[in-house]
Design a protein around this ligand. Structure first.
Ligand SMILES: Nc1ncnc2c1ncn2[C@@H]1O[C@H](COP(=O)(O)OP(=O)(O)OP(=O)(O)O)[C@@H](O)[C@H]1O
Ligand SMILES: [Zn+2]
Length: 568
């Protein structure tokens, strides 16, 4: 048994996540966590909402709630949806927690002690009417690059150019619209990442087994242009972790908070501390190599835009602290899922969002499609047509049909108990051989986090059973050799149990329904031949309702229409 720490990129708090967010981080992390648990490993699976930063404040301002209340409410909404999708977090925390606040201040203090923080005096736009600075998205104006008149202080959405608030032409406050602005001097803390460049480069260079997507992004930021740059880690905002040096005040930094990207990854640790505080566990044994985390394997999951922060900034914080914190061992990154010829977009409400998805179909339908089409080697596209085909073929025709045929046939001829009699012949021996080879391949892909290959292998395992059933044809055998038919059905019922165990990381709800129907445990099939005798003659089962309903053409057309615009 090994110990595995798994984290998913933190979903941002300002709204409900879309299917792209789900398949780019939380869902594959859940797949891996469920697989490792099924193999008997000790797993700590952590996620949390990322709650600081200007988009949260602006979203709260739109609903009229105080930002802390807005975040608490949205955390509740996201937790509920996570449960609905079967995301099996050991803890789903909040980056605004007391634990994260203390840890963030602690890291900043350590970095300062190690001379890795410098103070920079910079010019920022100040709104006289609002009585505050206007960082990032708090300011809008005309883009100096393309002339778009609603560019934001951090980026122009039209031409994607990264901006500084002082670059904007005709700037105005995003809060009040006021143009009564001036540029004022303000002091900020910068993390001296450039000093750590050598250490980080050496660390990345040692990661030969990481996905190329991960290392290529890291190396680009490390080496392109002037190389790794120092980064501002504070902001003139109210909402966030107050700037402190450990538990001491930081002279000159009064009223400022840490930048959201500084405190968000620290919340992986913070959320584990939250877990420990509510469950009585030992969080340090997962994170401190001097306190038991030496044997932990740590894997992170995220979409490609989050890679720089996880390969450079967060490691700079960890390495720079010069304390024995656990560094990530493997970063599984994803390309983007696109929606029907365009991008998923939270700000524009484009695509399918987690709440709507669960309203129209059960979670397993989405889990299966998303994981079997995960954007691993390149972007992948969601289309309703592809979704319908994949659900109908893989889930309904292959798996669902197998379960239904075996159980219904058995019930009609032998009753709802596993029948006895008959001996394996060559067909069964061949099946067990083929099944064993495929299951071992499946394990290899799952261990390597090859999500699509794992899905393809699982599907092939389902197909093997279907082909066996088609050839064995117990409904025909029964007429002349009832004992042989009994053996075939017994094997089929045991295959259902086997499928429940193997499929549970992908489709946990349906797997549970299958296991419940078979009154079976969830022991992993280390020995396939033996696993197929788990349900002995006389063992009672119940015939499950149809596991999967097919998506009709009418439904597909209706949903295509319903989700082809944007939602507010
Ligand atoms: N279309 C996508 N496909 C795959 N992963 C995505 C996609 N969009 C975002 N992600 C990933 O989803 C995770 C959660 O992201 P987050 O909640 O911060 O939203 P985001 O990146 O701001 O996306 P959006 O701008 O669409 O709201 C991150 O790991 C991010 O990289
Ligand atoms: Zn522009």
């Amino acid at each position: 048994m090994a110990r595995h720490l798994i984290t998913s990129a933190l979903p941002y708090i300002n709204g409900i996540k879309h299917l792209g967010n789900l398949v780019g981080s939380q869902l594959p992390a859940d797949l891996f966590a469920r697989y490792l648990r099924a193999r008997g490993h000790e797993v700590m699976f952590i996620c949390a909402t990322d709650e600081h930063g200007t988009p949260a404040e602006l979203a709260a301002a739109r609903t009229g709630e105080p930002v802390a209340e807005y975040c608490a409410r949205m955390h509740g909404v996201q937790s509920e949806l996570a449960r609905g999708f079967g995301l099996s977090f050991d803890h789903y925390g909040r980056s605004s927690s007391d634990q994260n606040r203390a840890l963030t201040q602690h890291f900043a203090g350590r970095l300062a002690d190690n001379d890795l923080i410098r103070e920079v005096s910079e010019r920022q736009v100040y709104s006289i009417d609002d009585g505050r600075f206007l960082p990032d998205r708090y300011i809008e104006g005309t883009c100096p690059n393309c002339g778009y008149d609603r560019a934001r202080g951090d980026q122009c959405e039209n031409c994607t150019k990264q901006l500084d608030p002082t670059d904007l032409i005709d700037p105005r406050s995003a809060i009040s619209g006021s143009t009564n602005l001036e540029v004022r001097e303000t002091k900020h803390l910068y993390l001296r990442q450039s000093t750590l460049k050598g250490d980080i480069a050496t660390w990345i260079d040692g990661k030969n087994d990481w996905p190329i997507l991960t290392t290529s992004i890291a190396k680009k930021w490390l080496n392109d242009g002037d190389g790794l740059q120092d980064r501002g880690i504070t902001r003139d905002l109210d909402w966030g972790v107050p700037v402190k040096r450990g538990d001491q005040d930081w002279p000159g930094m009064e009223g400022k908070v840490f930048y959201v990207w500084f405190d968000a990854p620290i919340e992986y640790i913070g959320a584990t501390a939250e877990w420990a505080d509510s469950n009585g566990g030992d969080w340090e044994s997962w994170w401190r190599t001097d306190k038991g985390a030496g044997d932990v394997t740590y894997t992170q999951f995220m979409g490609k835009d989050n890679v720089p922060f996880h390969t450079l900034s967060f490691p700079a914080t960890i390495i720079g602290s010069d304390e024995p914190w656990k560094l990530v061992d493997y970063i599984k990154s994803f390309n983007y899922l696109t929606y029907d010829g365009g991008q998923f977009s939270t700000s524009q409400g484009r695509g399918v969002f987690m709440d709507d998805a669960l309203e129209i179909l059960p979670a397993d339908y989405w889990r299966w499609w998303l994981l079997s089409h995960a954007p691993e080697s390149g972007d992948s596209e969601f289309t309703w047509d592809n979704f319908q085909q994949s659900v109908n073929k893989d889930l309904a025709d292959v798996l669902g049909n197998f379960v239904s045929r075996i159980t219904k046939f058995c019930r009609s001829k032998f009753g709802e108990t596993v029948p006895e009699g008959g001996e394996y012949g060559p067909a069964e021996t061949a099946l067990i051989g083929a099944m064993t080879a495929r299951i071992r391949a499946y394990e290899g892909h799952m261990q390597a986090m090859e999500v699509r290959k794992s899905a393809a292998e699982l599907r092939a395992i389902w197909v093997l059973g279907n082909e066996y059933l088609q050839n064995a044809a117990p409904w025909a055998t029964f007429k002349t050799e009832p004992e042989k038919a009994a053996m075939q059905v017994r094997l089929g019922l045991n295959l259902i149990r086997l499928y429940a165990v193997l499929s549970s990381p992908f489709i946990p709800f349906s797997a549970k329904a299958m296991a419940n129907a078979m009154n079976a445990d969830d022991t992993w099939p280390d020995d396939v031949q033996q696993a197929l005798t788990t349900l002995p003659p006389g063992h009672a089962f119940t015939t499950p309702d149809n596991l999967f309903a097919k998506i009709t053409d009418d439904q597909r057309a209706e949903w295509e229409e319903r989700f082809n615009g944007t939602r507010s």
